[in-house]
Write a protein of this length. Structure first.
Ligand SMILES: Cc1cc2nc3c(=O)[nH]c(=O)nc-3n(C[C@H](O)[C@H](O)[C@H](O)COP(=O)(O)O)c2cc1C
Length: 170
């Protein structure tokens, strides 16, 4: 990742509410041979089990879900505003039906360990799954969120992942 500088979690200066909730991210999972990417705007970063961690929520019908299940690592790539259209595409079309790389013009790249991310990103988190579990209807304290977000009962799977590396462009 020559164009990037590796930093620690404490050195990350950007606001995670803005990064994830407003700017959005691409979650990318797979290998050089086969990978998929999709837009996320829910989730978070923080500390779990004493380690910098990412909290990612993926519905089971996403094509990316299959990759998340099969692979130990994934990345979260964050972009400048000029890539909004690409993120809109990756958040509204499925990799089952479209070649997202071809359609968006984004350039896939791979970490030394072969984990996919995008060259155009300004920030990349390399995440290693530590824990995953489907949200369950019973567990909702606020049931209003069930009727509001899960009419199809397609509960997200939550992934708690250790952030192994953070790479930023200057
Ligand atoms: C702004 C935005 C945020 C999204 N956030 C999530 C999310 O956090 N979790 C999720 O499962 N889907 C989320 N989606 C929906 C997926 O990105 C979308 O269904 C995508 O087409 C899935 O692609 P895939 O089938 O290739 O995996 C979001 C979509 C948009 C536009």
């Amino acid at each position: 990742m020559e164009k990037f500088k590796k930093i620690s979690a404490e050195e990350l200066a950007e606001n995670p509410f803005k990064l994830i909730g407003t700017d959005w991210a691409l979650v990318t999972s797979g290998s050089k041979e086969s990978f998929n990417t999709m837009t996320v705007s829910w989730g978070g970063v923080g500390i779990m089990w004493g380690k910098p961690s990412a909290f990612t929520f993926i519905r089971p019908q996403r094509y990316t879900f299959d990759f998340m299940e099969k692979n130990e690592y994934y990345t979260m790539s964050f972009f400048d505003e000029k890539y909004r259209k690409a993120l809109q595409f990756c958040g509204s079309k499925s990799g089952r039906d479209y070649d997202k790389v071809k359609e968006t013009g984004l350039t896939p790249a791979f970490t030394e360990d072969g984990i996919p991310y995008f060259e155009e990103a300004k920030l990349v988190l390399v995440c290693k799954k530590a824990y995953s579990q489907f949200l369950t209807e019973d567990s909702f304290e606020d049931k209003a969120n069930v009727s509001k977000w899960y009419e199809q009962k397609d509960f997200h799977k939550m992934y708690i992942s250790e952030i192994k590396e953070i790479h930023v462009k200057d």
